[in-house]
Design a protein around this ligand. Structure first.
Ligand code: SME
Length: 156
């Protein structure tokens, strides 16, 4: 099955899995499971935008549901690929993580990465982060379908 065919299979699967479910953790957990199992990625998970501890009013990314090896739990705004996707409000495709300035290495096995922001009320409330153990794994097809998946998140 081609990558595109796999995405076309998982799209309706994800849609029905999250339909009628209001809890973010439950939705994210099943989405991650489907994506991770279907594509055999190295690491698949969400980071959520949450208030920092204390009364600073600042926010940060906090590790959410994921599959794969343990990962870093807090990522500041604008840092790493995830914090940059949050700041820039757009998908970032990284063909070689070693060439991305400020990349945060949760695992040395990770070679390429894609991060897709999810929006609620026009604000980024989470990012979907996928890591591959190979270089150049992600392209325009991944971007298109993962953005579609991110977009249906709030509509079902
Ligand atoms: N590489 C990410 C950090 C998270 S882990 O890959 C799971 C980044 O640079 O933001």
């Amino acid at each position: 099955m081609s990558k595109e065919e796999k995405y076309q299979t998982v799209l309706p699967q994800i849609q029905s899995l999250i339909a009628g479910e209001n809890d973010d953790i439950a939705k994210m957990a099943n989405m991650v499971a489907v994506l991770h199992e279907t594509f055999g990625f190295w690491w698949t998970g969400f980071y959520r935008v949450l208030p920092k501890a204390g009364e600073t009013g600042e926010k940060e990314l906090v590790l959410g549901p994921f599959q794969g090896p343990v990962a870093c739990t807090h990522i500041p705004y604008g840092k790493g690929v995830c914090g940059t996707a949050w700041k820039q409000r757009e998908t970032i495709v990284v063909p070689d993580v070693h060439l991305f300035p400020g990349h945060i290495a949760s695992s040395s096995a990770s070679q390429s990465e894609i991060v897709v922001p999810l929006f609620r009320n026009d604000e980024v409330f989470a990012v979907l982060d996928i890591d591959s153990a190979f270089l150049n794994t992600f392209d325009a097809i991944d971007r298109r379908y993962l953005e579609q998946i991110a977009a249906i998140y709030n509509t079902v």
